[in-house]
Structures are given as structure tokens and as C-alpha cells.
Write a protein that binds this ligand. Sequence first.
Ligand code: ZN
Length: 326
Amino acid sequence: MSDVRHLHHVTATVDRDQPDLGFFSGRLGLRLVKRTVNFDNHHVHHFYYGTERGDPGTIWTTFPYGGQGVPAGVHGAGQIVATAFSVPARAADGWRARFESAGLQVEKGTARFGEDPLVVRDPSGLVIELVPDARDERAPWRGGPVGAELAIRGLHAVTLLLRDRAPTAAFLAEVLGLQLVREEGDRTRLCIGRDAPGHLVDLVESAGAPAARNGLGTVHHVAFAIDGAEAQLRLREELVRRGVNVTPVRDRTYFQSIYFREPGGVLLEIATMSPGFTLDEPLAQLGRSLRLPPWEEAHRAEIEAALPAVTTVVIAKSENAFQSPA
Ligand code: ZN
């Protein structure tokens, strides 16, 4: 019995800061729940988006590396090639209209397991899917530009592209406790705990796929949620026992994390459920100002001066997502 509960977050390397905010906050209507810096490079923002509190399982995060000399990445094997968000059952037409009115091209996604996703590309070329799913009972963020009848409920699934899915499926089952939901052609669906939005991992096999390379427009890793620090340490010991190269526990301020690669090369993270994003700012103020971890506060002036200037305040229910900075 695994202590892993569901998806926690998905993190991508993206291009410029403001277009990223415009797409995920303005177009998709996610709440910016934290503006901080990359803890490994404080000259790069780290944006966290989610529903109201940024609950684990609703979180999408980005590192806007545009202009820092990082090349475009390659979509390929050993990578998460699509991130799906969950929307209400009859929301597809509304979303299509919303995207098309903004001049965004909507692609028809690959139907699978009775689902019919809408697909759009973020400004960096990332594949973002919206999956209408009546099973999702999570509350949407009601303070954004997208009404509750359409609004995203959280992550739905991630899709891993693999040259051979069998070793990955076995690893995810044996080590993290994922279970098989169903296979359909080249796609295998696994679930964490139960077959429900936010609990799903799809493995797509393509023997001839090029090798993935991280860079602008690629997903960096997916994180799974675990209850607490003790369960995380137990899982870490199990990974070490199996010979998996796993990092020490890292303090990400809003959660604690360990990282390792599954046999197909995809970078995975196990992140704790707490303390969460209200640790250093009140719920009503989430995402409004730059937050730094304690060890970076001494460098705040230099960090703020070097980061790209951004506008983060979204006008509720407006198509023109951003107002001028106050
Ligand atoms: Zn992460």
C-alpha cells in the first residue's frame, strides 16, 4: 500500500514571463497562487498556478527561462508530452469559443477512454488539454476571468511518452502503488488510489520517438502528493533499496520534495501536501507580490532588480486579462 495520494503539480520550462501569466492566468483562468524565484537560479521567476488555495492536484508551475540563453526543448520519449486539466462535462463549446475569440487555435485531441479533449498550445508550444469530466467535484477558482460553468477544477492527467512502456508501468505500480485502469492501443492508463481526475497517469508508447530534451516549451517533471515527511522518508528508503538515484529531501518552502527518474527517463518528484501556499501570505493575497524563501531575503533588492517586470493582477470576468500595475 503506497502513501502516494494523487498528482501534486506539473512543472514546465517556458519562454517569457508575461505571456505565460497571460495564458495560464488570463486565458485558462487559473489563479496565480505564488510568485517566487527558481530556488536553483534566483534570476528566474517561479510561477505557481492553481485553484483558490493551490491545493495539491490543481497546481501547474512554470520557470520562464526566455532570454536566458536556454534553447527550445525537444518533445520526445522520456518526457511528459501533454498535461490535461479537468473542466465540467458540458464545457467544451464554451472553451472553444473562448479560445477562438482570443485567436488561439483549438486542436481536436486524441479521444481515449471515453474522453474527448480539447487541445491548445501555450505561448511556448506546450500541449495543454482540457478534458470535460463529470466526475470532478473539486471547487473552481471563482475570482478569475473564467466563470464557474467552465472553470478548471484541477489537473486531470499527465501523458508520458515512452519507447517501451512496460518498465515504467512496472516501476510505477511496484514503487508508487499505481494501478492499471485500462489499455487502449498504444495508451495505458494508470491511476493513483482511484480512477478519477487528478489521479491519472497515461503512458503512450512510441518505439521510434526522438529522445526528449528539456528546454523552452517542455515539461520538466511531474510531482505526486504524499501525506507527510515520514511517509516521504519511507518511500525514499525504498527507492534507495532498489538502487534508484534519488535526491535528498529538498525544502521547497511550500512543500518538501524528493526527485528521481523512472526507467523511461521521466523526472518524477514526490512532494508533501503541506504546508502550502498560505505559509507566507494570506489566502486573499496569494500571488500578489514576490515571495522569497528565507535564505534569499537578504538578496531581495538585487533579485527584484534583475527579474523581468510583470503585471499579475487579473480583472475578474474580463477577456482583457490584465490591468495596469497600480
Ligand atoms: Zn516540482
